[in-house]
Each structure stands twice: as structure tokens, then as C-alpha cells.
Design a protein around this ligand. Structure first.
Ligand code: BG6
Length: 476
């Protein structure tokens, strides 16, 4: 296969990490508005209400809310073909259960989409990227409660209708797959996905399974709804997947690695195969977890299949083996891979992993895949001439793009887009830091939210511009 002429080169951003303006335009309080800045090696702190003298990065982001025209113009200068944005639910339904949507919120996103269309940039809209009105957590218990699915669908309907003629590509959720009773969970991971702290869950396994199931059901229902509103919509869901490698060729470890990689796929199975997987229900049952699948649910799984798969890829990991020493553990569990280097934040740099994953996923489902996130978080320095030489980022992206091109051209994977995270520096989701930068565009702001917010083109800006102009032929 060849890379198509309309391949979607671009980038991804998320509302709570870039917009700021947390109390403007009628926005309600969202879950991420209560999370402080972390630091290297220190997690972000989660508050149950706003406190004085605490810095909450989502409150200011990079001020995209006011500067989106300037920022989109810069992306257009690079020749962007696509930008993935997210709609902050709490801008549209400030409390989640409001009777009517907030018109100002709707208009804001309509304007952003209009601005993108002005430059022929394809908008890709994620409907849930860690952005939930906090009221839905406090009053209903978040995704543990099926009522929240109805509120989510109401929000989806509002956005599908508001952007019916201007948006074609949608994503129902970002990275819901990190929630699973088998996975080692941390407070920040369960919180960013569902607004609930892992340590405070009473029946942890049952609760995680319920959240995972209800979010999966919400996704298939949203796909059905979207197709009813406009049958030309292409609706996907975005998953954050990492391949897990065996520590050696001991078959026990190979099996362990396979099962660990596949653990993150049960929701993709449910969204692509027309039913919630039987192996998962049996696994729940064996662990004393009870999930009730109604006849209506079964119908939704049958008719709410995805049009494409969105894949966020950053790193790979190595399976733990029985008796592994905890000192050997890598940042997110698993073991360090001696063949790979890591970023300053401990994420492995593994371009072959993206080719592996594209093949693995495409051969499982046969659906088109969009790489919805990929990038390197690094500390960038402005030199004496005001320039930022981020050759390490160019090197990272070059190797990953090259691996994707091999997956398309040599392995015949149907991959139709590549979006970097994030084309412009923004707030890190897991650490809240500004200094963990991913962009082609530097934003003058520090971890304390101080700075001019001036936008500066990095070395990688011109490089990506050449990549796009050559449709991926010129990576030099
Ligand atoms: C992805 C998320 O998992 O990772 C993004 O979808 C996030 O929201 C990205 O920003 C990178 O993670 P971090 O913690 O470096 O911002």
C-alpha cells in the first residue's frame, strides 16, 4: 500500500490542557479543574473543592481559549491537514445534568471548527478527553452510574447536531482502556478517566469493571446516535496502547506478555466485534465481579461498531515475571528494557513498537487506524538567539514516522493519519507540568504558570512542515 495523498498529517490537543479560561463563557467546574501541578517524580494532588493558594494548571492552560486563531494560523503555516481537539463537557453542560446546553460553549467550538476549516484543516473531535463536570461525580458517582451514560449521550447529541455539517471525524472517548480490575491502578489514572480516586474506591475490582463496562456501553451508544444524526460521520474511539514484550523467550513469559498486551484490548473487542467479549465476562465472574448485560445493551454492541480505531502510542514495556525484584520495575510497572532508551520521564523510546502495534491491531479488526497521539515529552531550552533546537524531538518523530510508513508500505496496514501530541506546548496530563514539552511551537510559560505565553517556532516546526509538504517522503 502507498501513503494516500489525503493522509491526515497533523496533531492532537485536549481542552483541559490548553484552553484555560476555566470560569469563562459559562463553563462549569470539570474534574481536571481540581488537580494541582505535580513535579518530576511527584504526583499531582487531587482536591475535592477549590482551595486558595493552590495552582491548578487547567485554569490557565496555554490560553488557547483566547488565542486559538493565532495558534491555528501557526499550525496552518506548517501545512496541517488535521487537528484533533476535544470538547470540554463542562463548557456545554456546566453541571452535566442541566436541562439546556450552554450556548456560549457551543459557539466557542463552532468558531474553533470554522477557523480550522478556513485553512482546510480537518477537525477531529474527541467527546471525552478527561473532561467531566465534577457535579456528575459528586451527585451520581461518575461512570459507576448508568444515568451518567444518558447525560453523556445528551451531550453527544448536542455536539453532533451543532457540528453536523462541519465535522466528519469523531472520537467518543480518549484512553478509557486504562481502567481494568486486573491493572495496577493509581489515583491519578482512575481520576483523569472517571474523576474517582483509586485509593478511595470501596469495592475496587467491581467498581473498575463497572466503570469500564459503562464507558464501553456509552461509546457504542454514542456511535449509534452519531450515525443516526449523520450517516457520513466517521466515529472512532481513541485507545492508549503499549505493546508488552516478554523479558525472554521462556514460553511462560511470552504468554504473560501476550496476555498483558491484550488486556487493554477488551474494549476494542467490544466496540468492533458486535458484542461484549465472553472471555471478559467469564473473567469477571471468576473474580466475583458481577456485570449485568441487558438485551438493550446487546443491541447497542451489535449496532454501535466503530468506523476507525484511534491509537495513542508513546512507549512499550516489558512484562513482569514471577519473582521479579521491584527495583527492576519501570515507571509504569513492567521492567526496564535494556535495548531501549527512555525519556526524562522514564517512557521508553521504541519506534518499532508502533509498527508492531499497527500490525497487531489491524490484523485483529481490519479497521482503518489513525495514530491519534505520538510524541516526545522533553525539556526545551531557548538559546541566546531566541531559538529552540529540539533535534531530539525531530529524531524521535522521524523514527516513528518511518516505522509507520513501513507498516503501511511493507505490511499493508490501513493507517490514514498521523497526529503528534502535541503540536504546541501545553500542560502535561499526568504531571501538570509545562516543562514537559511536546510541541513544534514553544509557549513561554513555566511550571508555575508564569511567562509571556509568547509562541515561538522551534527547529522541529520547519522540519514537520517539510514532512507534510512531501507527504512523508522527506524526513530529513
Ligand atoms: C495521553 C493523553 O495519554 O498522553 C494526553 O491522551 C497526555 O492527554 C499524553 O497529555 C501525554 O502524557 P503527559 O502526561 O506527558 O501529558
Amino acid at each position: 500500500m502507498k501513503i494516500s495523498d489525503d493522509f491526515l498529517w497533523g496533531g492532537s490537543i485536549a481542552a483541559h490542557q490548553c484552553e484555560g479560561a476555566y470560569d469563562e463563557g459559562g463553563k462549569g467546574l470539570g474534574i481536571m479543574d481540581l488537580v494541582s501541578v505535580g513535579a518530576y517524580g511527584q504526583p499531582r494532588k487531587i482536591y475535592s473543592k477549590l482551595e486558595k493558594n493552590v495552582l491548578y494548571p487547567s485554569h490557565y492552560g496555554i490560553d488557547f481559549y483566547h488565542r486559538y486563531k493565532e495558534d491555528i494560523a501557526l499550525l496552518a503555516e506548517m501545512g496541517f491537514k488535521a487537528l484533533r481537539i476535544s470538547v470540554d463537557w463542562s463548557r456545554i453542560y456546566p453541571n452535566g445534568d442541566d436541562s439546556n446546553p450552554n450556548q456560549k460553549g457551543i459557539e466557542y467550538y463552532q468558531n474553533v471548527v470554522k477557523e480550522l476549516r478556513k485553512y482546510k484543516i480537518e477537525p477531529i473531535v474527541t467527546l471525552y478527553h478527561f473532561e467531566m463536570p465534577i457535579n456528575l461525580v459528586n451527585k451520581y458517582g461518575s461512570w459507576t452510574n448508568k444515568k451518567v451514560i444518558d447525560f453523556y449521550l445528551k451531550f453527544c447529541r448536542t455536539m453532533f447536531e451543532a457540528l453536523k455539517d462541519t465535522v466528519k471525524y469523531w472520537s467518543t472517548f480518549n484512553e478509557m482502556n486504562h481502567i481494568d480490575p486486573q491493572t495496577q491502578a493509581t489515583d491519578i489514572f482512575t481520576y483523569i478517566i472517571a474523576g474517582l480516586k483509586y485509593s478511595e474506591l470501596t469495592d475496587k475490582k467491581q467498581t473498575l469493571a463497572t466503570i469500564g463496562y459503562n464507558m464501553t456501553l456509552a461509546s457504542v451508544k454514542a456511535v449509534r446516535l452519531g450515525h443516526e444524526i449523520n450517516h457520513n460521520f466517521k466515529i472512532g474511539c481513541v485507545f492508549g496502547i503499549e505493546p508488552v514484550y516478554p523479558v525472554n523467550c521462556d514460553p511462560a513469559n511470552v504468554l504473560k506478555a501476550y496476555l498483558q498486551t491484550d488486556r487493554d484490548f477488551y474494549q476494542i473487542d467490544a466496540m468492533c466485534n458486535g458484542e461484549f467479549p465472553k472471555y471478559k465476562i467469564q473473567e469477571y465472574f471468576n473474580n466475583g465481579i458481577n456485570i449485568k448485560i441487558t438485551e438493550a445493551d446487546k443491541n447497542d454492541f451489535k449496532f454501535g461498531k466503530l468506523d476507525y480505531i484511534g491509537m495513542n502510542y508513546y512507549a512499550s514495556s516489558v512484562a513482569e515475571y514471577e519473582g521479579a525484584d521491584s527495583k527492576e520495575s519501570a515507571l509504569f510497572g513492567g521492567l526496564q528494557n535494556p535495548y531501549l532508551e527512555t525519556s526524562k520521564w522514564g517512557w521508553t523510546i521504541d519506534p518499532i513498537g508502533i509498527r508492531y502495534l499497527l500490525n497487531y491491531t489491524y490484523r485483529k479488526y481490519g479497521l482503518p487506524i489513525m495514530i491519534t497521539e505520538n510524541g516526545l515529552g522533553a525539556v526545551d531550552k531557548v538559546d541566546g538567539n531566541g531559538q529552540i533546537n529540539d533535534n531530539y524531538r525531530i529524531d524521535y518523530l522521524k523514527k516513528h514516522i518511518s516505522a509507520i510508513e513501513k507498516a503501511i508500505e511493507e505490511d499493508n496496514v490501513d493507517c490514514f493519519g498521523y497526529l503528534t501530541w502535541a503540536p504546541i506546548d501545553l500542560i502535561s496530563a499526568t504531571t501538570g507540568q509545562m516543562s514537559k514539552r511536546y510541541g513544534f511551537i514553544y509557549v513561554d510559560q513555566d511550571d508555575g504558570g508564569k511567562g509571556t505565553k509568547k509562541r515561538i517556532r522551534k527547529e522541529s516546526f520547519n522540519w514537520y512542515k517539510r514532512v507534510i509538504a512531501s507527504n512523508g517522503n522527506n524526513l530529513s
